[in-house]
Design a protein around this ligand. Structure first.
Ligand code: PEP
Ligand code: MG
Length: 874
């Protein structure tokens, strides 16, 4: 039997999302549930992928299937496309498997042409021409990319001629005139008349929606949200119901719970006498949903009933679209609503308390990456008290943002690339094209638009702070300034601050403080800890980071990069002296300076970790990061060491390496200069003795980096144990310590059975392991990776997400070989991948003992580890 590409809503259900897209599947489900859903059908995602495979055409067969389904729709509605007595008008809307709000295209009122409009006008002239002008504009924009601004300028011109402010103040004559003007614009741009045949309109609209899958904003959105490019979008064709037929009509969107805070209270907006796009496009500022009760009580009550029913049915917060036509309510869409991380957590925790979902389900509901939003700072409460807002808008997406004003998304992207970190995008209104710019800014401020405007929805999804609807501000995007109610101007580069939780805007910089784990997040994290099997540690090189990691729930330090302890100005000098030393004597002198610094740092780490394990890695400095380049710095070292400047310069030239990442680093350094490993061991053990004596017992883990051969590990390990045992023997505190290695060179992974004879633990250094497995430099790959994404060679950055096929195979192999030799070997990962959810999932499946990641990703890793355990019981 031939494949089916078109389904009536009555033929689908909620489990068919892959085929029908989220919108189509839910429309089908709601139809089956008997809700008031306008009738329609869905053209599948497979039809979209086929459209691309076939060279961007709709084949004859699929075209015929579409029109035979149109005939069925005509029969069930009693209306007909293009019919003068009872015309069928439809909406044509995108709907992918994953919701991508506002990223793809929609056309409303399709089926209108001159004669149908004329016929409808006999009953309701204003409505007929209002709908027709909207259709011409949308069709022209979506199908032929005729700029929207051409049409909007004409509307503005007419409004100012008539001395009115709102579209609704234009009368039917005006709208009829607009229709003629719009058709003329179309004719000028396309050199042909506006298409009058509804069947042609429909096919062109369907193709345009398919094409919108690949518009630049949709592509960017998919990249940011890791949605595969080959899914394609479905197209929903649905009988129109009209919110713009008069004052007893309207349209709106609502969430069953507050998407910013998670509060269990209906939250939404609507506009009377308006059509769908008016609410989300932010052109008119909509009314709050609660006030609908006064306007139309029965529609409001019905809506509340349906909203509750749908939330209970889908067991999650729903985002609904509705239209009221002549007083009667219709539901146009339901989907699991996008929400902030705070809201996601509150909703998940409360749904468990309400008995609607289980703890495990709650854990699976939260996208680990989203937790990142919670870790962004809040305003310093004292500083905030002292500040006076210059205006207040809608609190569209929470968090505190402070930064320098930019007026276009492109500028934001450019400035960000040039290294500027704190930026705030100020716009009259945002359009989905702005998402890349919004993504790099700390916050977004808009003059127009409600809580459900694209700016608000997209910002919430990204965790970017957003204050919208600041109608008091006057923004001059061209001259790059905005003005507050008092007339004070703020120019590009001036600091402002946004409070996305209150909607307050401040004309100054306000300092921020870090977030803490409390309330619902703490509850959720408690559940995560109950279900996860992987340990979670942090990479931390100083007591401050260690404290942060501990507070976020880290159960130890998986990697302390000791070379990072010497970045500060007064320390790097001693480190450099050690590097450029020519004699053992010189080196030992420099090491003596380093010893007390190291020892006190280690004491700080041990204390902060309160008895949890601390893994300290012996020095691994890629030389190019530490050797001085400037004459001034070289002169200072030369003087300090009593060596002539020229000689010092020669020493430094002699240290030059062509490929420092593969150079004299890691354990190679300890092989050449064992005194370095000796000094570090002394600092590690002495610090452990001191802290064990003062507070809690410490058992340090000493990690030897960049090992590729068992004998080099043996050599360095001997140096370490000799020194450590000597110190312990002479002490009254009996410290237990462990010596292990990083697995970050492919040869170490391949010979892990041998390596495990010496190593008590492995920690996978997947940064170097990725670099050396792929054979490209971790410092330079960024230069060409973008080409690889664009040419569909790689889908992601292997330094961010573990390459399970290649690098992962080495990890798996080393895990197995290591355990064969030493069944109780402790296995961790400390490359950047340790805090990335899909990599954490991989680590769980491979059977590692723990992951170690940066302190700010500890909670992400805890949640990802719980999800991995729930999805893949060991
Ligand atoms: C690694 O290579 O993965 C690692 C953790 O070490 P570094 O990033 O310091 O080279
Ligand atoms: Mg490394």
């Amino acid at each position: 039997m031939a494949k089916k590409y078109v389904y009536l809503f009555s033929e689908g259900n909620k489990d068919m999302r892959e085929l029908l897209g989220g919108k189509g599947a839910n429309l089908a489900e709601m139809t089956n549930l008997g809700l008031p859903i306008p009738k329609g059908f869905t053209i599948t995602t497979e039809a979209c992928t086929k459209y691309y495979e076939d060279g961007e055409i709709i084949t004859k067969d699929i075209g015929e299937e579409i029109f035979s389904t149109v005939t069925k729709l005509e029969k069930s509605t009693g209306k007909k496309l293009g019919d003068l007595n009872n015309p069928l008008l439809v909406s044509v809307r995108s709907g992918a498997r994953a919701s991508m709000p506002g990223m793809m295209d929609t056309i409303l009122n399709l089926g209108l042409n001159d004669s149908v409009a004329e016929q409808i006008a006999k009953q309701n002239e204003r409505f007929a021409y209002d709908s027709y002008r909207r259709f011409i504009q949308m069709f022209s924009d979506v199908v032929y990319e005729i700029p929207k601004s051409l049409f909007e300028e004409e509307i503005d011109k007419m409004k100012s001629e008539k001395g009115v402010k709102l579209d609704t103040e234009l009368n039917s004559e005006d709208l009829k005139r607009l229709v003629d003007i719009f058709k003329e614009i179309y004719r000028k741009q396309k050199h042909e008349d506006f298409p009058q045949d509804p069947r042609k309109q429909l096919l062109e609209a369907v193709k345009a929606v398919f094409r919108s899958w690949n518009n630049p904003r949709a592509i960017t959105y998919r990249r940011l949200n890791e949605i595969p490019n080959d899914w394609g979008t479905a197209v929903n064709v649905q009988e129109m119901v009209f919110g713009n037929m008069g004052e007893d009509c309207g349209t709106g969107v609502a969430f069953t719970r507050n998407p910013a805070t998670g509060e269990n209270k209906l939250f939404g907006e609507y506009l009377m006498n308006a059509q769908g796009e008016d609410v989300v496009a932010g052109i008119r500022t909509p009314q709050l949903i609660d006030t609908l009760r006064e306007v139309n009580e029965s529609a409001y009550n019905d809506f509340v009933i349906y909203a509750n029913k749908l939330e209970k049915y889908f067991k999650d917060m729903q985002d609904l679209e509705f239209t009221i036509e002549n007083g009667k309510l219709y539901i146009l869409q339901t989907r699991n609503g996008k929400r902030t991380a705070e809201a996601a957590i509150r909703i998940a925790v409360e749904l468990v308390k309400e008995g609607m979902i289980t703890e495990k389900e709650a854990l699976l509901r939260i996208e680990p990456k989203q937790l990142d939003q919670l870790l962004h700072p809040n305003f310093d409460a004292e500083k905030l008290k002292a500040a006076i807002p210059i205006t207040t808008g809608l609190a569209a997406s929470p968090r505190a943002a402070t930064g320098k004003v930019v007026f276009t998304a492109e500028e934001a992207v450019e400035k960000h690339k040039a290294g500027e970190k704190d930026l705030i995008l100020v716009r009259l209104e945002t359009s989905p094209e702005d998402i890349e710019g919004m993504n790099v800014c700390n916050g977004v401020l808009t003059v127009r638009g409600g809580m459900t405007s694209h700016a608000a929805v997209v910002a919430r999804g990204m965790g970017t702070c957003c204050v919208s609807g600041c109608g008091e501000l006057i923004v001059n995007e061209e001259e790059k300034y905005f003005q507050d109610g008092t007339g004070k101007q703020y120019h590009e580069g001036d600091y402002i601050s946004l409070d996305g939780s209150t909607g307050n805007v401040y004309g100054e910089r306000i300092d921020t403080v870090d977030a803490a784990v409390t309330g619902n997040l703490a509850t959720l994290m408690g559940w995560a800890d109950r279900y996860r099997q992987l340990g979670v540690r942090a990479n931390a090189d100083n007591p401050r980071d260690a404290k942060q990691a501990y507070d976020f729930g880290a159960e130890g330090i998986g990697l302390c990069r000791t070379e990072h302890m010497f970045f500060e100005a007064d320390r790097i000098r001693a480190m450099r002296e050690m590097i450029v030393s020519k004699t053992t004597e010189q080196r030992e002198k420099a090491l003596e300076k380093l010893l007390p610094m190291q020892r006190s740092d280690f004491e700080g780490l041990y204390k902060e970790m309160k008895g949890y394990p601390v893994t300290i890695r012996l020095l691994d400095p890629p030389l190019h990061e530490f050797v001085p380049h400037e004459d001034e710095e070289i002169r200072a070292i030369a003087e300090e060491m009593g060596i002539p400047f020229e000689e010092m310069k020669n020493i430094i030239v002699g240290l030059h390496e062509f490929n420092p990442m593969m150079g004299h680093r890691g354990c190679r350094l300890a092989v050449t200069y064992p005194e370095i490993a000796r000094m570090q061991t002394r600092a590690i053990i002495e610090a452990a003795i001191n802290v064990s004596r003062e507070t809690n017992p410490v058992s340090p883990e000493i990690m030897i980096p960049l090992v590729g051969e068992i004998k080099e590990l043996q050599y360095v390990k001997n140096v370490v144990t000799e020194e450590a045992d000597k110190i312990i023997d002479a002490s009254d505190v009996k410290i237990k310590y462990h010596v292990g290695t990083m697995i970050e060179i492919p040869r170490a992974a391949l010979t892990a059975d041998e390596i495990a004879k010496e190593a008590e633990f492995f920690s996978f250094g997947t940064n170097d392991l990725t670099q050396m497995t792929f054979g490209f430099s971790r410092d330079d790959a960024g230069k060409f990776l973008r080409d690889y994404y664009n040419k569909n060679i790689y889908e992601f950055d292997p330094f961010a997400k573990i390459d399970q096929k290649g690098v992962g195979k080495l990890v798996e192999m080393a895990t197995k070989l290591g355990r064969e030799t030493r069944p109780d070997i402790k296995l961790g990962i400390c490359g950047e991948h340790g805090g990335e959810p899909s990599s954490v999932d991989f680590c769980h499946r491979v059977g590692l003992t723990y992951v170690s990641c940066s302190p700010y990703r500890v909670q992400i890793a805890r949640l990802a580890a719980a999800q991995a355990a729930i999805n893949n019981p060991r």
